[in-house]
Design a protein around this ligand. Structure first.
Ligand code: ATP
Ligand code: MG
Length: 426
């Protein structure tokens, strides 16, 4: 036999059972975000590598080691431009907003996106090399109301999905005024116990010390437990902003816990950061891949990508992880309303005509396209879970009537072989 070619590791096929779980999640995201006034933006999957180097940050894991990057220009004569499969959606959305002049002075923009992202990560449950995010961004509002409304949108989306216990954890990362003082204190504290950190974190200590707080390694977490937290380092404006965000969340009834160890893996965040974390345990849970949605404020990003100074806040939710949680409560895909089993050439034609007419009325009709005997056709009707079956043979064609059988209890009733009559009887 010829050798099979398999998918790239960490890149998943979604078969119909899976897409049946995904589609309601995607629909819920689109509907919820639309009702909050977000318009959908679709940007290319490929962007210039420079966008992520500048937008996400060279010292991040994403840019440092996880991007799929290649030279685009193979058919041209000039040396190509370095391009990357997008590892996240915020920098591309910001690029598009700048490029299409959406950020003129005083603009207020609400955008959302939904699509695949690519990171060369170690594949495990809830962590893939192609994964899907839905994200929402508000450009142009520095107010705490914007943070609260964005968090409310994420919460509304997640709670409508009914995915078990999910909690909100909140923190402030300060700004360019107060954060450097905290980072310096953090480095001092971590350096004292650098020997206890994993090799990765020893490297992070030099390149991206905040990210040490986020390491999943138990020993690193133990070191971090005794390190200073950012709350006591916040400057007055950052402290006020954070207090106001909490007050607004309280006012709209959104529960949260303040977790001063929440940082984000991307460099661009300022002030508010948050994560929605799943607490489902056991087989259907997410293990250490438990963060299903993350986001925060990134007031410096738009300017650093060449746009006008514009405050912004956003989130991204991981659809793969949400789908894993949804799978715990998966329901069988509904079968056809009607299964038609024709016997003989003339009946096959009649069945096809009825099926076509019923489908145009929106009825889900199935038949066994392989043909075959009555027994095997009815086995098929059982297998696909049809609600009703209709057998058509010569005598039914002669009389213009047939028996419509309800599969749940076997009850039959005589019905005209007419699409309207059948539709009305289902
Ligand atoms: P983590 O700490 O789990 O690596 P992250 O900080 O890299 O997450 P973000 O870049 O903030 O994640 O992305 C937001 C969300 O997207 C995550 O909370 C998660 O739900 C999802 N996500 C991120 N990376 C992956 C991946 N490789 N596979 C599946 N989902 C992912
Ligand atoms: Mg990550």
């Amino acid at each position: 036999m010829t050798e099979k070619i398999t998918a790239v590791k960490g890149m998943n096929d979604l078969l119909p059972d899976a897409t049946a779980l995904w589609r309601p999640i995607e629909t819920c995201a689109r509907e919820t975000l639309t009702s909050f006034g977000f318009g959908e933006v679709r940007t290319p999957i490929l962007e210039k590598t420079a966008l992520f180097v500048r937008g996400v940050g060279e010292a991040t894991d994403i840019v440092g080691k996880e991007m799929y990057t290649f030279e685009d220009g193979a058919t041209g004569t000039r040396a190509g431009t370095l391009v990357s499969l997008r590892p996240e959606g915020t920098a591309p959305a910001v690029r598009a907003a700048i490029e299409h002049n959406q950020l003129a002075q005083g603009a207020l923009v609400r955008w959302f996106y939904l699509g695949p992202m690519f990171r060369r990560e170690r594949q495990q449950r809830g962590r893939y090399r192609q994964f899907f995010q839905v994200g929402a961004e508000i450009y142009g509002a520095a107010t705490p109301q914007a943070d609260a409304e964005l968090i409310d949108a994420a919460q509304a989306f997640l709670s409508r999905l009914d995915l078990g216990a999910i909690t909100l954890e909140l923190n402030s990362l300060g700004d360019s005024d107060c954060r450097p003082r905290y980072v310096a204190a953090l480095i001092d504290a971590l350096k004292e116990r650098a020997g206890d950190l994993c090799p990765e974190c020893q490297r992070r200590l030099e390149t991206n010390p905040l990210r040490v707080l986020d390491c999943k390694n138990a020993q690193c977490q133990a070191v971090c437990a005794s390190a200073p937290t950012i709350d006591s380092f916040l400057c007055d404006p950052c402290r006020d902003h954070f207090a106001r965000v909490r007050q607004l969340l309280d006012a709209i009834g959104i529960a949260y816990t303040v977790n001063p160890r929440i940082v984000r893996g991307l460099d661009y965040y300022t002030r508010t950061v948050f994560e929605f974390v799943s607490h489902e345990t056991g087989e259907g849970g997410l293990g250490s891949q438990s963060t299903v949605c993350a986001g925060g404020r990134y007031d410096g990003l738009i300017q650093s990508l060449g746009g006008p100074a514009t405050p912004a806040v956003g989130f991204a939710a991981g659809l793969d992880r949400l789908a894993l949680l949804a799978a715990r409560r998966a329901q069988a895909i509904p079968g056809p309303e009607l299964f038609i089993a024709p016997m003989g050439e003339a009946a096959i034609l009649k069945a096809l005509q009825l099926a076509a007419a019923l489908r145009r009325r929106g009825v889900f009709v199935d038949q066994d396209l392989r043909g075959g005997g009555l027994k095997s056709q009815l086995r098929r009707a059982d297998k696909v879970g049809a609600r009703f079956t209709l057998v058509i043979g010569d005598s039914e064609l002669d009389s213009g009537k047939a028996a419509l059988k309800r599969m749940a209890d076997g009850e039959t009733r005589e019905i005209s072989l007419d699409a309207d009559a059948i539709a009305a009887a289902l």
